[in-house]
Design a protein around this ligand. Structure first.
Ligand code: M6R
Length: 592
């Protein structure tokens, strides 16, 4: 949520570089954006509502500045308008700030400022930060930063400029922030993906730490105000993997990468024994497994729950991270908590991980972004190997999550036997996009219907949830996903001749039950699209049959979701919306 860039260079004209890199963070929020450059001890500020391209139109890139900060916003406090767009300045224009996160006690702190006759201009929680810096009586700027961050509760990653210095002041709590430096420049960013072109290493700023960075020095302090040294991380291929190439949208590119991602996972797990530490000893006292995530990652958790119970016969339960934390979870040292996340920065998932650790659980994370907070914090991390995912709609990362969860469940079934890849090898020989052209026609059916439903049983029910989320997220079409058996317990009353119902069926044993549900819908005038890879003899109930490639039913869910990812994408394009940047959303949800 929100992207931050801070940049200092020995060469003048930094705005172009700043905006170029800010665009790489646009996936984090695109409600509005702004830049603040420092020139002759004065701030030059430009802001714009909407995508960064709008801000770009206001800049001619002929600045002769060596220092600046910029921000792309996903609004939390205050409407999307220029007034609330970052950067924010303090009243005497000494400090400028960009901020990611939520300051929970900002109303209280606003009051403190009002008492000192400080008037704020925006409705944001952010503007209090430079204002507090202005009124802080500490002499030294680092002392001021320490004092002010000490007053803040909630989550934040901040980057500040002082009008009298070519330096960046940064601090973070729960929101990620990274620093990179070379001989000629330094950059602060919410994601190391911006560092690939100019730097070979970077430094993740640890939680509750703050720093002052200029072209020659980097001073970092922990919360006890002790000086610390940060360990550099190498920039790997992940940080460089976000090129759009021949595609019009990242969503299209990322769906097309699914077969390659699965292949990469199989190869990577064959080369590196990621399961080594997940041995008999590790599982000795484990009696139950909890899987925790949000959104699409939560759906992967639900699928993981089904895989683990079926394959390994261990009690498993999936939780939505934001619910998990407040539902008094029963956790002890006999519990393994598995956290699933593409970004590895989702606030609710990260905070659930911290809670589970505190309560004594063993923790395992399945994460795509290798340098993320969740990847660094869990006892053991299994990589998802999906490469960078930019589109807000998560696609290839979901298929990667299912593939790794299936490997894990098979590993648990046969601990220490080590031939998991044998079971999964077939994934290298399937046609992931069989009959995919037919989705075009099906998307017309969606557009003609008033109501859309997705139903299935067990794993296919989970696919129906994910199918519904994809459609809602990028087409804004309201739809309902539910287990087939639940229809007649209430929701069937919604079904009429304007309804389109997707029945997902990949389990031979449950096919007749799914067809019975189809009959119930048909009898009420609903249209049926059956999505299956089974041989279906009885077809009377079906208006449209979509068949994807045959594969054993235990692996079907990795394939069965693809037609729905493509359906959402095609429908979105027909409606003229952006598949990569759906309204109101952002890729990385770093606030609770
Ligand atoms: O980065 P994470 O996997 O932790 O993100 C979790 C959800 O925010 C995410 O999956 C979201 O639901 C997607 N935008 C759905 O496509």
């Amino acid at each position: 949520m929100c992207g931050i860039i801070g940049y200092l260079s020995r060469t003048k004209g930094v705005s172009k570089k700043i905006i170029h890199n800010l665009k790489k963070l646009e996936y984090r929020g695109y409600d509005s954006s702004g830049i603040c450059l420092l020139k002759n001890n004065k701030f030059l500020v430009k802001k714009s509502v909407g995508e960064i391209a709008n801000l770009e139109q206001k800049l001619n890139y002929d600045d002769d500045c060596v220092c600046g900060i910029a921000h792309t916003r996903w609004a939390t406090h205050g409407k999307v308008n220029l007034k609330n767009t970052h950067p924010h300045l303090c009243p005497n224009k000494t400090w400028a700030v960009v901020h990611n996160g939520i300051i929970e006690n900002y109303l209280e702190l606003t009051k403190l400022l009002q008492d000192k006759n400080i008037k704020l201009k925006s409705d944001t929680d952010t503007e209090i930060i430079p204002a507090l810096m202005e009124i802080c009586e500490e002499k030294n700027n680092m002392d001021k930063l320490k004092y002010v961050t000490g007053l803040l509760s909630g989550s934040f990653a901040i980057c500040l400029l002082n009008k009298n210095e070519n330096a960046l002041y940064v601090a973070r709590r729960h929101s990620p922030l990274y620093i990179a430096k070379n001989q000629d420049s330094c950059m602060v960013s919410s994601d190391p993906v911006t560092f690939g072109e100019d730097y070979t290493t970077y430094f993740p700023l640890p939680d509750d730490c703050f720093a002052r960075v200029d072209l020659d020095t980097m001073l970092v302090y922990n919360k006890n105000f002790e000086k610390i040294t940060l360990a550099p991380c190498e920039i790997g291929s992940f940080e460089k993997s976000a090129e759009l190439g021949k595609y019009s949208y990242y969503a299209e590119k990322e769906i097309s990468e699914i077969p390659k991602v699965v292949e990469q996972i199989l190869l990577n797990y064959k080369t590196v024994d990621h399961f080594k530490k997940l041995n008999k000893q590790f599982f000795k006292n484990i009696k139950k497994i909890k899987l925790i995530g949000c959104g699409t990652a939560y759906h992967a958790c639900l699928m993981g729950e089904k895989f683990i119970q079926k394959d390994a016969r261990i009690e498993a339960q999936a939780y939505i991270a934001s619910e998990f934390r407040y539902s008094h979870p029963l956790i002890s040292n006999d519990t393994l908590c598995i956290f699933v996340s593409q970004s590895g920065e989702t606030a609710d998932t990260l905070l659930s991980l911290e809670l589970a650790k505190k309560m004594g659980a063993k923790t395992l994370a399945l994460v795509n972004v290798p340098y993320s907070s969740i990847a660094r914090s869990a006892d053991i991390t299994l990589p998802l190997c999906a490469g960078m995912e930019v589109a807000v709609m998560s696609t290839k990362a979901y298929n990667a999550m299912l593939t790794v969860l299936k490997m894990l469940s098979l590993h648990l079934r046969q601990l220490n036997k080590n031939n998991v890849d044998e079971d999964l090898k077939v994934l290298n020989n399937v046609d992931y996009f069989k009959n995919i052209d037919k989705i075009d026609e099906i998307s017309d059916l969606v557009l003609k219907s008033e109501k859309v439903f997705f139903i299935g049983r067990v794993e296919d029910y989970v696919t129906s949830l994910e199918a519904g989320l994809k459609l809602k997220e990028i087409t804004y079409i309201n739809c309902v996903s539910l287990p087939s058996g639940e229809l007649k317990h209430g929701t069937l009353s919604l079904v009429d001749n304007k309804s389109l119902v997707f029945v997902i069926a990949t389990d031979e044993n449950l096919l007749s039950k799914n067809l019975a549900s189809a009959s119930e819908i048909k009898a009420r005038g609903g249209k049926i699209v059956l999505v299956t890879n089974l041989d279906v003899k009885r077809q009377e109930e079906i208006d449209y049959l979509y068949k994807f490639d045959k594969i054993s039913s235990s692996l079907s869910s990795i394939l069965s979701v693809i037609p729905f990812q493509v359906l959402a994408y095609k429908t979105c394009i027909k409606l003229g919306y952006s598949p990569d940047k759906p309204r109101n959303l952002a890729k990385s949800v770093t606030v609770e």
